[in-house]
Design a protein around this ligand. Structure first.
Ligand SMILES: Nc1ncnc2c1ncn2[C@@H]1O[C@H](COP(=O)(O)OP(=O)(O)OP(=O)(O)O)[C@@H](O)[C@H]1O
Ligand SMILES: Nc1nc(=O)c2ncn([C@H]3C[C@H](O)[C@@H](CO)O3)c2[nH]1
Length: 320
């Protein structure tokens, strides 16, 4: 069944449904508007059959994916900052788990979603203040000498994420009749509660730097308030060994020295923050954020059926 068809179907779901372990409670939301790659079309309204009742291959694929949702999205998106009705969601997960790949799939499936990529190329090409010819690769510097460069990296990565999260949605999203969504690849929150915290625990950020980082991070998040709030988090998980395999296959030069142990530590940070909820969080709203956990160890890149299943699940999460 195509993503377009199933998203049309979603329009009629109003009672508690269970999909691959994901429970949805009563919701009435406008249907997400979908496109198939290459052709954009608006969805009409048709009766729905929940995906769990679909026989055959789809059900088997669903068995392969473990999906869980800690709480579903509130239908109230931001209304105070010119982003009325636009929901904001971040995709979180370990290095090379497949966030960009997943984001591209979402982007190509739905015209109402704007995916904002992590600004890696900016980190790789910081222009010198005096000469545009001279650039610095801060990502490489951080990996080569984490003790020296981690704090600098976190200031720059957090600033660039903040800039991304403050970007207004494009006019087409604001005028959308469906459920427009801005999807960020990582966020100012993972900057602090995954990476900066991890670097501090590893001793690559010293206690003074950590105190300074936390102070300005809190100030920025509090000052920008609802402008940097999220309505949901999509957490992609895979065993660190799988991430290592994908990281090596991708072959990003700066990541040559990344060890499995580092990915294990980042995995633990993600689990503490998003699953066990044992990370100390300093923002009340962030503590309440619904988290959709998706098992990204499935090789979904070349499997349209699995992609469809993911899209449907995200679509339901966002519609709630
Ligand atoms: N589900 C998947 N099945 C197989 N290969 C995948 C899958 N998802 C991603 N990959 C591959 O793994 C590599 C890393 O994926 P990707 O760049 O999307 O990860 P990422 O999470 O965005 O990484 P980063 O944390 O560095 O931003 C890529 O080579 C991609 O083609
Ligand atoms: N130290 C550190 N802090 C961050 O906030 C952060 N965000 C991403 N990364 C690394 C992971 C990938 O190699 C690469 C692309 O995601 O950049 C980070 N590294």
């Amino acid at each position: 069944m195509s993503a377009l068809y199933r998203c049309v179907l979603l329009n009629r779901v109003s009672t508690c449904k269970k999909l691959s372990g994901l429970t949805f409670r009563n919701y009435k939301a406008a249907p997400p508007q979908w496109r198939t790659p290459g052709s954009y079309s608006r969805a009409g309204s048709t009766a729905i059959t929940p995906t769990t009742t679909q026989p055959g291959a789809m059900a088997n694929k669903a068995d392969k994916m473990s999906v869980s949702c800690s709480r579903c999205l509130s239908s109230q998106a931001s209304t105070q900052d010119g982003k009325a009705g636009v929901k904001r969601v971040s995709i979180e997960g370990n290095i090379a788990v497949g966030k960009s790949t997943f984001a591209r799939i979402l982007q190509s499936a739905c015209s109402d979603w704007e995916v904002m990529a992590e600004p890696v190329s900016k980190w790789q090409n910081i222009e010198s203040g005096t000469s545009k010819v001279c650039t610095f690769n801060l990502l490489q510097m951080m990996y080569q000498d984490p003790q020296r460069w981690s704090y600098t990296f976190q200031t720059y990565s957090c600033m660039s994420r903040l800039r991304t999260q403050l970007q207004p949605p494009p006019p087409c999203l604001l005028s959308s009749e469906g459920t427009p969504v801005q999807v960020y690849e990582r966020s100012v929150y993972s900057d602090r509660y995954i990476f900066a915290l991890n670097m501090f625990e590893l001793g690559c950020i010293n206690p003074t730097e950590w105190a300074v980082y936390q102070d300005w991070h809190s100030l920025l998040v509090e000052q920008f308030g609802h402008q940097v709030e999220l309505e949901g988090i999509i957490y992609l998980t895979a065993p660190p060994e799988k991430c290592m395999e994908r990281l090596e296959r991708r072959g990003r030069p700066e990541e040559k020295g990344v060890k499995l142990d580092y990915l294990n530590k980042l995995h633990v940070q993600h689990e503490r923050w998003l699953v066990e909820k044992s990370t100390e969080i300093h923002f009340e709203k962030l503590k309440q954020i619904p988290v959709l956990q998706l098992d990204a160890s499935v090789e979904f890149q070349s499997d349209p059926e699995v992609q469809d299943q993911f899209i449907t699940t995200v679509c339901l999460f966002i519609a709630l």
